[in-house]
Ligand binder design. Structure first.
Ligand code: NAD
Ligand code: MG
Length: 381
């Protein structure tokens, strides 16, 4: 029987992860969140984990008082979250948003836990280190990101060495087909209206800029050991074909399904077995699936991420950290939509690269990229 920890349990993936755990009857032993004490308390009362943690120290103190009538231990801060990631459960659903997910995921890997990985920023920033630690600790990393789950599912049973290419699909987001001029004044509210998926705010904006696809190219390089030049990004507005692979004989294998994140979460939690809880796909009802090339002239974040992984080292960390900051500024109405890519590029080009780097180097580069965005954002408005 699996024992599950969910890092980021109050977020979009975390909530769906708990829904899957409820259906599968998985025991939940740890839950963590950033600041949402109210929802974490509700989840704790239902799932009765051994531990919960909030990164916000004051809120954690408050939650401790509120949960006094239970046996649940309340921890706080990043250390508390890392403690939970390593000390309980055998499987960790890594679903914190942003680079904040990196250290807790590394803690879980060092403790030998199986990782169901939603937090793509862990792979984008720490992919090389994370893969090395996973190997040393005999840890499986099972992708939850829908595209990577689709690639992973497509790879099941294919012989080693037969993978020729990855086909990474993208919905194109709410601004598919728009020109630069039309994007000049789009608002956060418009960017947050994703046509197919309901997700957290940061990844929804990343889908609108195609930054999300750029991050996913980097994630795929680390998860599947391919070069970025072996990944073809395809716009597929229906979000039914979740990604696929091309093999040496030209055969293309892909995974199709309804756009429902509970499915890849469920696969990561039941792998290699299959469960049977959610809505099934009717291709006849969908009728048409379409594909085209992405517009990389308008949506600059995608080629920027590809350049970052081609250059390697700390460039992916820089572009990721810059993006976390520019998305925050965009959501606060302080910069325009097209400024996100501009600021990300300036930040990326400003960092000092290193081919061999440590976790400390990652956080230093992340901070430098964020400073660059904040500094340069004053000039774009
Ligand atoms: P979200 O914003 O809805 O939730 C994020 C969770 O992380 C919340 O529980 C929040 O409390 C917690 N958190 C935020 N900042 C934190 C911090 N500094 N320290 C500790 N905890 C913190 O995000 P989401 O949409 O659920 O995405 C989570 C991750 O999964 C992201 O990396 C995202 O790219 C990835 N992902 C999400 C989806 C999706 O459908 N939402 C799909 C694929 C991949
Ligand atoms: Mg995805």
């Amino acid at each position: 029987m699996k024992e599950l920890v969910i890092l980021g349990s109050t977020g979009s993936i975390g909530i769906q992860g708990l829904e899957v755990a409820r259906k599968l009857g998985i025991k939940v032993t740890g839950l963590t969140a950033g600041k949402n004490a109210k929802l974490l308390e509700k989840q704790a009362r239902e799932f009765k984990p051994l531990y919960v943690a909030l990164s916000d120290e004051n809120m954690a103190r408050d939650l401790k008082i509120r949960l006094k009538d239970t046996d649940i231990k309340v921890l706080s801060g990043e250390d508390g979250i890392c403690d939970i990631a390593q000390s309980t459960g055998d499987t960790v659903l890594s679903a914190i948003v942003g680079i904040a997910g990196l250290k807790p995921t590394i803690s879980a890997i060092n403790a030998g836990k199986t990782i169901a990985l939603a937090n793509k920023e862990t792979m984008v920033t720490g992919g090389v280190i994370v893969n090395r630690l996973a190997k040393e600790n005999g840890v499986k990393i099972l992708p939850v990101d829908s595209e990577h789950s689709a690639i992973f599912q497509s790879l099941q049973g294919t012989p080693k060495g037969s993978l020729k290419k990855i086909l990474l699909t993208a919905s194109g987001g709410p601004f598919l087909g728009k020109t630069k001029d039309e994007l000049e004044n789009v608002t956060a509210k418009q960017a947050l209206k994703h046509p197919n998926w309901s997700m957290g705010a940061k990844i929804t904006v990343d889908s609108a800029t195609l930054m999300n696809k750029g991050l996913e190219v980097i994630e795929a390089v680390h998860l599947f050991g391919v070069s970025e030049s072996d990944i073809e990004v395809l716009i597929h507005p229906q979000s039914i074909l979740h990604s696929g692979i091309e093999l040496s004989d030209g055969a293309v294998i892909a995974q199709l399904g309804t756009p429902d994140m509970r499915l890849p979460i469920q696969y990561a939690l039941t792998y290699p077995n299959r469960a049977n809880f959610f809505e099934r796909l009717s291709l006849a009802d969908i009728g048409t699936l379409t594909f085209c090339k992405p517009d990389t002239e308008t949506f600059r974040c995608l080629p920027l991420c590809i350049e970052a992984i081609r250059k390697g080292g700390l460039y992916p960390t820089a572009v990721n950290g810059a993006n976390e900051e520019s998305v925050r500024l965009f959501l606060e109405g302080k910069i325009g939509f097209l400024d996100i890519a501009k600021l990300n590029e300036m930040a990326m080009l400003s960092i000092k690269n290193k081919a061999d780097f440590t976790v400390e180097d990652i956080f230093e580069t992340d901070a430098a990229a964020r400073r660059s965005v904040i500094e340069n954002s004053k000039n774009v408005v």
